[in-house]
Design a binder for this molecule. Sequence first.
Ligand SMILES: *Cc1c(COP(=O)(O)O)cnc(C)c1O
Length: 230
Amino acid sequence: MGSIFDNIKDVRRGITEAAMKAGRSPDKVQLIAVTKTVGAAAVIEAIESGIQVFGENRVQEAKKKILSDEILAMPGKIEWHLIGHLQKNKAKDAVQLFAVIHTVDSVELAEELDRQAEKIGKIQRVLVQVKLSAEETKSGVTEKGLPELLEKIAQLKHLWLEGLMTIPPYRDNARDVVPYFRRLRELRDEAETAGLSLPELSMGMSHDYEAAIEEGATMVRIGTAIFGER
Ligand SMILES: *Cc1c(COP(=O)(O)O)cnc(C)c1O
């Protein structure tokens, strides 16, 4: 592994190459640097290397980092995305801390986020997490439950529904997860046919982001390839 600066350069090059290969504009793929377990010094190095969007998977850990003096002191605009499972009792903090919440997976959670966003006069940007494999440990709404959840969220006045997110099962060969990425895009297309606008597809991590981009990812969530093994 190189320095954080060099790793970011490599990932950006990988994103550009994957986008070109797919005939897509690299500008349409947002790099989210995933900083779970990573300390403030590394976050600052990433900011200094041009990263503006960060992903965290736990509210408590993120809160400490986001509100730390060192990070608050950084000039320029950065934003934080929640990419891990969210419990309803953390919805209030989540709405205060995160520009985008990628992991809405139930009507109850959506309604709680809507209430908390209303309280602070915010329109909360959200994605719906879809569970595409039978793995017990993965959260997310099932394909079957998706249309109803999307309909409900679209009616909530303080949520702004932007798209779908998924975490495919791990496979040694990233080509083997292509069907999951493709399925998420198809589900998005079906929802758009039904009248919703869902421009964002949050899919792809360090070992499979090129494949995700070829299938239409607009947000890739990269931790290890930037910060090293956790
Ligand atoms: C940790 C995490 C990532 C980043 O994974 P890497 O393999 O380290 O790039 C992406 N998405 C989610 C939801 C994560 O929890």
